[in-house]
Design a protein around this ligand. Sequence first.
Ligand code: FAD
Length: 494
Amino acid sequence: MGKPTGFMDYKREAPRKKDPMARVKNWKEFQIVMPEQQLKRQGARCMDCGIPFCQAGTTMPGSNEIGCPVYNLIPEWNELVYRGKWKEALDRLHKTNNFPEFTGRVCPAPCEVSCTVAISDEPVTIKSIEYSIVEKGFKEGWIKPNPPKERTGKKVAVIGSGPAGLASAAQLNKAGHLVTVFEREDRPGGLLTYGIPDVKLAYKIVDRRITLLKEEGIVFQTNVEVGVDVTAEELDHEFDAIILATGATMPRDVDQEGRELTGIHYAMDFLTANTKSLLNSNHQDDDYISAKGKDVIVIGGGDTGADCITTSIRHGARSVTQFDINEQKQTIRHIQNPWPLFPNVYSEEDAHKEAKAVYGRDPRSYKLQTAKFVGNEKGELVGLETIEVNTTLEDGKKVRHPVSDSTKLWEADLVLLAVGFTGPERKLLEQMNIKQTNRQTIDAEYGRYQTNQAHVFAAGDNRRGQSLVVWAIHEGREAARECDRFLMGSSQLP
Ligand code: FAD
């Protein structure tokens, strides 16, 4: 602990972000690095409690998984920041997390939810400290390519370049294997690049790390879809092992009357096209689905829906509304969970703050189910009908009960479907004879990651279902360790 009385002397200072009205005028990141003096004070708030729940990924009854999935050594770097030892803090941070610049920006920070200070006060601003350590590291030139001293001669193919693929590639390369990452998109990064909007995580940040990985010896082959441009058999022939890190982005549909009308799109089509056009031409190519001047309805109350709001506002949408089928979440904690579920689990998202600033109202409407889409004679969407639903839990399953006479018509000329994902794409898995679970995810045990094909390992969303960047990094690292063990008989990787 840097300062024994720090948690009593200093209050939490919230991470600063640019004003919503100013930031929606551009596509720049809006998080602001805190001044060093302020960060030192925040680091001093860490109690270095006997059991640092923040660093131990675990599950509390009735809550989400809490603690850091990559086991970041949080109390150690909090103290080092308090003492002004930034380079040492960076070394400790990189020990457990290959890409703190990604998690420092987009992680919902399960570590802060489990901070012991939060039992009686507000938690330590762990995420802001992580972000600042790594950004200082880049600014000072401390983060340099570090290629392995020796090569093993073994070759590994990583399919998919999202956080799981990148983490496993980085670790396997560190172990001395020759790693090639195959990515079907034109740019690497997976959802870091073509899912999470640039305003939350700019592509230049992803590219900065990819450049380092290339300098360390990892080969990236973009615009190559495994199963189409190169067969699984060809990979088997050329490589000693394969890591499947293909994500889980098969979209769930809203199969209601009028679904065929023009103006209804999957959220991912909207978000991906937007970022591509932004990066390729600053939107000059018009190769994206524009929300400009439109009444936009986002169906789905999760993070993907929030990203659609953020993007629609920047296009200049006339209005933005978001439907959530569930009730507004409450800050109710489970009786066995002593933590107050603060600050992020039930907090308002940046997107909602922006919508309130621009349109003067909260965009969210709860307990609504789409009954049908309404079109004009040209087959264009003009609105949709909803009914109100109450939800009960019966035998552990959610059951929806329509409320009578609750039909409502909403005007809309753009609807974005953000109702979740059904799992990984099956095509490649079938070609490779990879066994799937009854949830359609890849059947590979957590901690082992090996599929029914001994030389093929799976990590990230395609194994666990849509999750978080930090879990993808964790699984990528661990799958690399298991793959290394398979190739060499034992492994020094963590
Ligand atoms: P992905 O990131 O999905 O990467 C998979 C890659 O594999 C893709 O690039 C794909 O093109 C490639 N691929 C697939 N098949 C092939 C093939 N046959 N050949 C070659 N390449 C292939 N998490 C957070 O922690 N914070 C957030 O703020 C956040 N926001 C999100 C916003 C959106 C819109 C979405 C959809 C998700 C968000 N998530 C967020 C979740 C997070 O992005 C994912 O959990 C994480 O990216 C999963 O990483 P992954 O490497 O398993 O897969």
